[in-house]
Write a protein that binds this ligand. Structure first.
Ligand SMILES: Cc1ncc(COP(=O)(O)O)c(C=O)c1O
Length: 371
């Protein structure tokens, strides 16, 4: 069992050059080592072994609750973030605030919900630079507004939303629905300011795909109709020959049983995070992102992400004059980033080593020299 940032860092054993944690997180050695036992148990044909692995689902829900500081009975497991957001958004009625510049999970759910049921009225936020600030929300709210859907950290700009400020702007009655994909496990958040928190384990948690989750507090369960609820979203197990009402609790926002091995990976990854502590992880990650910012600025490459650590997470978005030229210098040195929409998104993690940052520095220097 690990407990220090140093030990946590040792669970990163990928090759140097990887700066794309905001897209996909290479799996941690703990996850890879520990899930093998579960895999074996599912091969035995022993009922006790199979149910032992299925218990990972409860363990994962508990672990999500622990890391977010929310009660485990508000947590549901989902195939991915998008499923959780869809459960939340499809069941809304009224005006729903969201920035059209968010990761497609949010604008697509809001648009499809409006088209399918006619109960949701999209209220597209006008933001400066795509930053969903409390002021932008306060300016857009009207009497019909029932919810805001927002990313904790924006996938493109790296802007970290002020959840407590957004709650204040919304007031106590409107729902705050948060896509925590780009922050969970590496950043502290005012998660209890939110009514729904959806996320997944395949980026910063390094648990692989299939590891989504979504929380629904009592207010969310009151205000959101579980329109996508499936046979698994009822109380008391499998019911045949009749269709019971959706469960009163968060479970209503589930469809069918998930993958216990995915739950196992999520639980294992979260137990490492809980053991080290999110605040220690955030501190170590901030040091790495500061290095990235320093490198970019030294080579006169504009940084789009806010410099204030409270308003950013693990993403540092750069706006070079030529994305293609910087992208080529990075690719030539085996540095993996995301280059699109006029930006180069650099996303280190706590385990990013100095060699990797050295490669970034060299690529930026070569790019700067060409200009
Ligand atoms: C902010 C954000 N939300 C949602 C997603 C997609 O999540 P999932 O694949 O778990 O549905 C991503 C993926 O990049 C993302 O960055």
């Amino acid at each position: 069992m690990i407990s220090t940032v140093e030990e946590y860092r040792a669970t990163f054993d990928g090759e140097p050059g990887y700066l794309n944690w905001a897209a996909f997180g290479p799996l941690s050695s703990t996850v890879r080592d520990e899930v093998v036992a579960d895999l074996g148990m599912l091969g035995t044909g022993r009922a006790s072994s199979i149910s032992h692995v299925e218990e990972r689902e409860d363990e994962a829900r508990q672990a999500v609750g622990d890391v977010l500081g929310l009660p485990a009975d508000t947590v549901t497991l989902q195939p991915s973030t998008t499923y959780g957001i869809m459960h939340a958004v499809y069941g809304l009625t009224g005006g729903v605030l969201a920035s059209p510049a968010e990761f497609p999970t949010i604008p697509t759910a809001v648009t499809r919900a409006a088209e399918a049921f006619g109960r949701v009225r999209p209220q597209w936020l006008e933001t400066e630079g795509g930053f969903v600030t409390p002021q932008a929300v306060a300016d857009a709210i009207d009497d019909d507004t029932t919810a805001l859907v927002v990313s904790h950290v924006d996938f493109r700009t790296g802007y970290r939303a002020d959840l407590a400020g957004l709650r204040e702007a919304l007031g106590p009655d409107r729902l705050l629905i948060v896509d925590a994909t780009q922050g969970v496990g590496v950043l502290e958040g005012d998660w209890d300011a939110a009514d729904v928190v959806a996320g997944h384990g395949y980026k910063w948690l390094r648990a692989g795909r299939g590891t989504g989750f979504a929380t629904f507090n009592a207010h969310a369960r009151e205000m959101i109709a579980p329109v996508l609820s499936g046979f698994f979203g009822v109380e008391g197990g499998l019911t045949v020959d009749e269709v019971p009402a959706p469960a009163a609790g968060a479970r209503a926002f589930t469809i069918a049983r998930g993958d216990a091995l995915a739950a196992a990976r999520l639980a294992i990854a979260l137990s490492d995070v809980a053991a080290v502590g999110v605040s220690a992880i955030e501190e170590a990650l901030t040091e790495r992102t500061e290095r990235v910012i320093e490198i970019a600025q030294r080579h006169d490459i504009r940084v789009l992400t806010p410099l204030d650590p409270a308003r950013r997470g693990g993403i540092v978005s750069l706006v070079p004059d030529s994305v293609a030229a910087l992208g080529a210098e990075l690719a030539n040195r085996g540095v993996t980033v995301t280059a699109r929409s006029g930006m180069v998104r650099v996303a280190p993690h706590v385990g990013t080593d100095d060699e990797t940052l050295g490669l970034l520095d060299e690529a930026c220097a070569a790019y700067a020299q060409q200009r």
